[in-house]
Design a binder for this molecule. Structure first.
Ligand code: NAP
Length: 320
């Protein structure tokens, strides 16, 4: 499947879009919005000189600044693309500069905590319409972004109670312009769903790679040499940005602990099956899980190519 953005829109959705944090997600939004003409003008802000220089060199925006307040002062939509732990500080920095009626959205992987942080920091006239594009890679920074990142991926909107409907509709239209399918749900439900589909899998990957790294009986070179046996696929996830993921676990604590509890119970049941030689039990579970994978492939959220499409990618053949 070659993921493509559509043709530029005749009329932009936003007049001036401000993106705070121009890493993987922020720079991908800037690229996609530019390609789709989804915003007439794009302003980006970040806090390190090196990132700002890269944003300029990559021509990601009309204006690149280190001042978040300046970045939002003329915007009709602001999207926060910083790690979740930075929301409070960024919210307080932009609050005095927001024009009445400006839409404030974000891309954070956790929603209840970010809504609380933003509601506490922002003025009442800001129109809050939080979002979470369920798309990403294990890379970070402005060079890692690409315009088609969100094509055929889901973006979940979690409008808080009393959210401005027009703001939510505009943010929905924006994500659809970037190629996403949009679903709307409550923040608490989002956090529970993502705990099992994203957060716990990342924790498991971090854990298994950490365990392998600490093993003394198996040498480091053997772990790397024989990684194609399965370990390698965990290492991709375990290479994800440490700041982002630390913040996810600190801010989605309850849902992650709830799902982790269930995971541990199921793991104990598996342990028992192995100990008791319960081959039928193992076979039944592995058959059920295989069907889930097939469902994901059938919905176009993954390639059915062998080796996750890596072989095709190495030979530059399109993965179908
Ligand atoms: P990233 O590549 O590390 O980008 C984050 C950017 O924010 C960096 O450029 C960082 O600057 C900047 N930043 C950090 N603190 C800041 C502050 N106080 N003021 C201004 N800029 C600041 O991370 P990302 O993957 O794009 O993640 C950004 C957000 O997207 C997170 O909230 C994450 O939960 C969410 N998200 C990520 C994924 C994913 O797969 N990666 C998917 C969906 C949603 P420096 O690096 O220069 O410090």
């Amino acid at each position: 499947v070659i993921e493509r953005l559509g043709a530029p829109l005749a009329e932009p959705i936003f007049d001036e879009l401000a993106i705070i944090g121009v890493g993987l997600i922020g720079s991908s939004i800037a690229r996609a919005a530019r390609r789709r003409n989804a915003a007439r003008r794009i302003v980006v802000a970040d806090h390190t000189v090196a990132t700002l220089e890269r944003a300029k060199a990559l021509a990601l925006a009309d204006v690149v600044t280190d001042d978040p307040a300046r970045a939002v002062s003329g915007a009709d939509c602001v999207i926060l693309c910083v790690p979740i732990g930075a929301y409070g500080a960024v919210g307080r920095a932009i609050a005095p500069a927001l024009r009445p009626g400006t839409i404030v959205s974000d891309v954070g992987s956790v929603k209840s905590a970010v809504i609380s942080a933003l509601e506490a920091a922002l003025p009442g006239h800001a129109r809050l319409a939080p979002a979470h594009p369920v798309a990403g890679t294990e890379q970070s920074g402005p060079d890692a972004g690409f315009a088609s990142l969100f094509v055929n991926r889901w973006c979940i909107l979690t409008p808080p109670e009393g959210a401005d409907e027009q703001a939510v509709t505009k943010v929905k239209a924006f994500w659809e312009a970037l190629g996403s399918h949009v679903e709307i749900m409550g923040a608490a439900h989002h956090d529970l769903v993502l705990a099992i589909t994203s957060h716990v899998p990342h924790l498991i990957a971090y854990n298994i790679v950490g365990t392998a790294a600490d093993l003394e009986e198996v040498t480091r070179s053997e772990v790397i040499k024989f990684s194609a046996g399965g370990f390698r696929d965990f290492t991709r996830i375990a290479a994800s940005d440490p700041t982002m993921w630390r913040d996810v676990f600190l801010h989605n604590k309850d849902a992650v602990l709830e799902m982790l509890g269930r995971f541990s119970e199921d793991l104990t049941a598996l342990q028992r099956m192995i100990r008791r030689g319960d081959g039928d039990g193992l076979f039944a579970l592995f058959t059920r899980t295989r069907a889930i994978r097939r469902g994901i492939v059938a919905e176009g959220q993954e390639t059915a190519a062998p080796d996750f499409g890596r072989r095709a990618a190495e030979t530059d053949e399109p993965v179908t």
